[in-house]
Ligand binder design. Structure first.
Ligand code: GLU
Length: 450
């Protein structure tokens, strides 16, 4: 590790933020070749500036539960970097949310958004509010209370939030309704909107579809394809569902889904219609799927032991971690590899630990598609939604899907080529980080010290 990077990481450690530190370590270490080749980044203190959010806002959210009792949560928006365009990134509602998690997500978002080739800066926000077991009315009241503060700092050329874990179409609807009422005008702030009121076709499917398009490009480069491949998928939210849909369309077979209660192994292949009914209509759990589908097995989280029996213990050709950060550790990847898995495409943000990544990159016969490249299809399609809103039009499903495919192909190409340029051929993590960084860093230099 160079002395420059080492010093920055050591300084960061003083802040005691383990998850952000993990994300920063992954990025910074892979920037070593470009920092060595181009002195200007160090001369202009680009890293020192890039690792600090431009602005973080923390606010109180007070809402009434169904018993008319006042409840209070923390709300956040980390506006990390605006060198390439208005801040852009999702909102996460989950009890684990804190400033550390949102800084990691916002930091990742900078490079991911840069890789899309579109004009968007990086941000992330959310709350430690837990949507689980809340009534529809409680969710609505929470979203409205959250927007009272958030509306003061967002706008269609300022900061455009979207969904993430715990924030889907329903929540975006309530958030948008409150935004419109508070502001007194109608604009494209917030993406992932309903199709009847400014949303884009394909936005719902985009992260999952995009991840599979990316995996396909990666396999094509290795003279392989997805046809006939058995795939383990974790999660059962939006990313997982549309990863499975696209895998099946391309002739692969997804055999697992999971949530915090456990995972389901359905050797016959996940029944997508049943999964959508349970998750999208009934807002149920994966255990409901196993009860409804003959032959599907449910293994509860209480029985889980890393590297032995989790979702990553099923035999497969490829894995699509699509749930949350650090869900795939060293023991898991070793087991996957032993059972025949030869590629991972990350649908979630930072689902693999640093040790798991190191293992994957050390294997000559293994292909690794890192999150910030592989799951960029969601935010890219959000930006396509912004384009449609700005011109007051709506494009067809085919047109958006074609653009999404082109964007994912371009992200693969720029990541692959950047890795090659800096003598790390095949290492898409290094390639994606360098390509994402280069654009933001150059913009920061050109825009001066502000
Ligand atoms: N939350 C998604 C992500 O992690 C989408 C963000 C967006 O569409 O702004 O990229």
């Amino acid at each position: 590790m160079s002395a420059y990077i080492n010093k920055i990481l050591e300084d960061l450690k003083k802040d005691h933020q383990p998850i952000f530190l993990q994300a920063a370590t992954e990025v910074l270490l892979s920037l070593e070749p470009i920092l060595k080749a181009e002195k200007k980044y160090q001369d202009h203190s680009v890293l020192e500036r890039l690792i600090l959010p431009e602005k973080s806002t923390i606010f109180r959210v007070v809402w009434l539960d169904d018993q008319n009792k006042a409840r209070a949560n923390l709300g956040y928006r980390v506006q990390f970097n605006s060198a390439l365009g208005p801040y852009k990134g999702g909102l996460r509602f989950h009890p684990s949310v804190n400033l550390d998690i949102l800084k990691f997500l916002g930091f990742e978002q900078i490079f991911k958004n840069s890789l899309t080739g579109l004009m968007i800066g990086g941000a992330k926000g959310g709350s430690n509010f837990d949507p689980k077991n809340k009534s529809e009315a409680e969710i609505m009241r929470f979203c409205q209370a959250f927007m009272v503060e958030l509306s003061k700092i967002i706008g269609d050329t300022i900061d455009v939030p979207a969904g993430d874990i715990g924030v889907g179409g329903r929540e975006i609807g309530y958030l948008f309704g409150a935004y419109k009422k508070l502001k007194g005008f109608y604009d494209g702030t917030l993406t992932g909107k309903g199709l009847k009121w400014g949303g884009s076709l394909v936005r719902t499917e985009a992260t999952g579809y995009g991840c599979v398009y990316f995996a396909n490009e990666m396999l094509k480069k290795a003279n392989q394809g997805l046809e006939g491949k058995i795939c383990a998928v974790s999660g059962s939210g939006n990313v997982a569902i549309y990863t499975i849909e696209k895998l099946h369309q391309l002739g692969a077979k997804a055999v697992t889904i999971s949530d915090s209660s456990g995972f389901v192994y359905d050797k016959e292949g996940i029944d997508l219609a049943l999964l959508k009914e349970i998750k999208e209509l009934k807002r149920g759990r994966v255990g409901d799927y196993a009860r409804a589908k003959k032959g599907a097995k449910f293994i509860s989280t209480s029985e889980y032991k890393s590297g032995t029996n989790g979702v990553w213990s099923v035999p497969c050709d490829g894995a699509f971690p699509s749930a949350t950060q650090n869900e795939l550790g060293l023991e898991d990847i070793k087991l996957l590899y032993k059972n025949g898995c030869r590629f991972v495409a990350e649908g979630a943000n930072m689902p693999s630990t640093l040790e798991a990544i190191e293992f994957m990159l050390s294997k000559k016969d293994f292909y690794f598609a890192p999150a910030k490249a592989a799951n960029a299809g969601g935010v890219a399609t959000s930006q396509l939604e912004m384009q449609q809103n700005a011109s007051m039009t709506q494009w067809s499903f085919e047109k958006v899907d074609r653009k999404l495919q082109d964007i994912m192909r371009d992200i693969f190409t720029v990541s692959y080529e950047s890795a090659k340029e800096f003598k790390n051929e095949g290492n898409l993590l290094v390639g994606a980080n360098i390509a994402g960084f280069r654009k933001v860093a150059d913009a920061m230099i050109e825009q001066g010290y502000i």
